[in-house]
Design a binder for this molecule. Structure first.
Ligand code: NAG
Ligand code: NAG
Ligand code: NAG
Length: 672
């Protein structure tokens, strides 16, 4: 037994006198400041005592650790890459930004790659397993008044996401014209990977990024490199040591996490780490009497009252009408009132008030108009705030699929007969005018039904800002799959054809004229389990709803014509579709070739080895036409559909797509 205890001690548990903090940072096991105190070397934090207070650093590098949380997040500071010029356009100084971790991954949901500047393009490179990934971002502006505080849409600031599974990065920032056209207010460009909610762009950042030289980055940490199921087979190395702990697989890559079971809290990695929560004192969940139980609690109502006694349930009601009337009587006459009776009345009043507020919001948000317009449509549901609160488990963090510039996307389950799984969009804020635009869009969108478009199935207008409810397809975007490199050419061609079909449908179907997507990119195309393309975010372009000047493609390309005219047209969608085609072909959104021989080296080599060179060439030519600088040189979506159908049916015979566009230019190339 003694021997066993030593083994556990040295391998798995921290020894008793391990420091639990460094400076102001709490360091919970599996992290530790020495190798005996941490689970393994990847959880080692070096505490540098030459600072006062001492500062914690990630073992493998100079990144200061800002926060460790037991739910699998580690926040570290990371340098900002910059590139500065003097008035004559000479480069004065520059820095790069680099982060290397031993094994942890850069969180793909919490971080954004961000570039700030008015003459700026930035590139982030990283490794994902044995592969390299890279992404770029371009940011322009002509004068400081054209930037919009709080939005990173390509004007003064641009943002893009980081793919899953990336474990290090190197950020480099450059300029097109050495900041000569913007030198009065923007001498430098900046780029960095940053925790999305820790950076709010403002025009003040253009001068010197408000003197920030580091920014916080969130890493995902996990234990080991196997799943829970595998890990549980080995009792000695299984890290969820606490009684009342549970295991969950890592969301971003390998390994697993431990959590205390519901009703318990503490550190699940320590044998006695998970302690019972006294819900009665911490949450005061009952209207009646509360009793704490191991891992749970129970509520009961006083004599004469019935109900489940829970504040978020039925609460306690008087048994009969008579009792109800007499309670009121007691209140009114100021006699001795049972405490429960008075809180019940208070609660009913509050509840009525909530109902009233919701009704007002519903009306303000155009609910009545919408209800009228939708009364004939069976499939569209006008949902209540309560429905959606229940569907998302009260907007639980765990239900978050993604954080976006405009708000948060949740996954939820509607409590209808089908227990339908849905995606719920919760916008941060919209003004009343934009809500009107949104509601009128909803009416149109609710009538759309196409197998390659994510269906809008309902909305809720009882909240400050309307919530939109879509069918849930999957969390896999085309962007993820392209970066994972797991799509064959036939599947890619199929996705291209389906996406083109969906766009052509939207451009031609609606009675009120064409519906423009306005924000198509590989992240807005979802793939179902059998790789059916589903276009999402239809007709909710940020420009109309959020007042952002639209970004066509944050990663390096933009439609010059839109850029100069500010007007969304169907040709804007064609351009964006061209970018998606380029991404399908090359994996990087870059397509620029004059002769076919030039094409092969820029194609994704996995496609080249499949051997369908003729098809690849035809689609590349089509992509170039879609990316034509002048919109009149671009084909219509209907022509694109036909061209793609021709390619699909051509196995051996070659198809020619006429390309008489003389002014055709290739899209702007960003990577040098
Ligand atoms: C602690 O920080 C100081 C100042 O940055 C540095 O010179 C020293 O090498 C660090 N010590 C360790 C042990 O890393
Ligand atoms: C944006 O924010 C900066 C500083 O935070 C402020 O000086 C500027 O006036 C703001 N611009 C607008 C348009 O609100
Ligand atoms: C998992 O981790 C173990 C020990 O750290 C290592 O030996 C093994 O190669 C890893 N396996 C994979 C698939 O990374």
């Amino acid at each position: 037994m003694l021997l066993l205890a030593t083994v556990i001690n040295s391998q798995i548990l921290p020894i008793a006198d391990c420091p639990t903090s460094c400076g102001n940072l709490n360091i919970p096991f599996p992290f530790g400041t020495t190798s005996e105190c941490s689970l393994d070397h990847s959880f080692l934090i070096s505490c540098n005592h030459s600072y006062n207070p001492p500062k914690p650093f990630l073992n493998l590098g100079s990144n200061e650790v800002l926060e460790i949380s037991l739910d699998g997040l580690l926040k570290v500071s990371s340098p900002v890459a910059s590139n500065c010029y003097d008035d004559s356009g000479a480069e004065t100084n520059g820095t790069i930004s680099e982060l290397i971790t031993s094994k942890f991954l850069i969180s793909n949901t919490r971080n954004k790659f961000t570039a700030v500047g008015c003459d700026t393009h930035a590139l982030v490179r990283g490794s994902k397993g044995w592969e390299q990934m890279s992404a770029g971002c371009v940011s322009w502006c002509n004068n400081i008044n054209s930037v919009i505080n709080g939005t990173c849409s390509g004007i003064g600031c641009c943002q893009t996401s980081i793919p899953k599974g990336v474990k290090d990065f190197l950020v480099d920032v450059r300029s097109f014209r050495n900041h000569t056209t913007v030198k009065g207010f923007n001498p430098c460009g900046y780029a960095f990977v940053v925790e999305a909610k820790a950076f709010q762009f403002s025009s003040a950042d253009l001068k010197s990024l408000q003197n920030r030289t580091t920014v916080p980055v969130v890493l995902d940490w996990s234990i080991g490199n196997v799943t829970c199921e595998e890990a549980q087979k080995n009792f000695w190395s299984y890290a969820c040591k606490a009684k009342h702990s549970e295991c969950s697989d890592s969301r971003n890559g390998f390994g697993y996490h431990c959590n205390c079971s519901t009703g318990y809290q503490g550190n699940p990695y320590l044998v006695y780490g998970c302690q019972d929560i006294d819900e009665c004192t911490s949450f005061k969940p009952c209207e009646g009497t509360c009793t704490n139980l191991p891992g749970n609690y129970s509520c009961s109502c006083p004599k004469g009252f019935i109900g489940d006694g829970k504040k978020d349930g039925d609460g306690c009601h008087p048994k009969s009408r008579k009792a109800n009337a007499s309670t009121f009587f007691y209140v009114a006459s100021g006699l001795m009132v049972p405490a429960v009776g008075s809180s019940w009345i208070f609660w009913r009043r509050k509840h009525k008030k909530v109902v009233k507020i919701r009704q007002n919001l519903f009306e303000r948000n155009g609910g009545l108009i919408l209800e009228n317009m939708l009364s004939g449509l069976r499939t569209f549901q006008v949902l209540t705030a309560e429905d959606l609160k229940r569907a998302t488990n009260n907007y639980d963090e765990d239900q978050i699929l993604q954080r976006e510039n405009f708000g948060i996307i949740y996954k939820g389950i509607l409590s209808n007969q089908a227990n339908q799984i849905v995606t719920i969009k919760k916008f941060d804020a919209l003004d009343v005018y934009k809500i009107e635009v949104l509601v009128s869009k909803l009416v149109t969108l609710s009538q759309i039904n196409h197998r390659n478009i994510v269906n809008l199935i309902g909305c809720c207008l009882e909240t400050q800002v309307p919530l939109l409810v879509y069918e849930f397809i999957s969390i896999n975007t085309l962007y993820d799959h392209i970066h994972d490199g797991d799509l064959s050419w036939d599947i890619r061609l199929n996705i291209a054809a389906e996406t083109a079909g969906a766009l052509a449908y939207m451009h031609s179907t609606a009675r009120q004229g064409p519906l423009i997507h306005g924000n198509l990119n590989s992240s807005s195309i979802l793939l179902s389990h059998d790789y059916t393309a589903k276009v999402s975010n239809f007709a909710l372009p940020s420009s109309e709803i959020f007042g952002d000047p639209l970004y066509l493609d944050e990663i390096g390309y933009f439609d010059d014509e839109y850029f100069n005219s500010d007007r969304l047209t169907v040709q804007t969608d064609v351009y964006c579709f061209g970018v998606v085609l380029a991404e399908l072909l090359t994996g990087t959104k870059l397509i620029s070739f004059d002769r076919e021989d030039d094409l092969i080296p820029i194609l994704d080599h996995r496609l080249v080895v499949e051997g369908k060179i003729e098809q690849l060439t035809e689609v590349a030519k089509l992509a170039q036409r879609c990316l034509s600088r002048f919109s009149e040189d671009r084909p219509s979506m209907r022509e694109v559909v036909i061209a793609l159908e021709d390619v699909r049916s051509s196995h051996s015979c070659s198809t020619t797509i006429s390309s008489n566009a003389t002014r055709q230019t290739t899209a702007r190339r960003v990577v040098r």
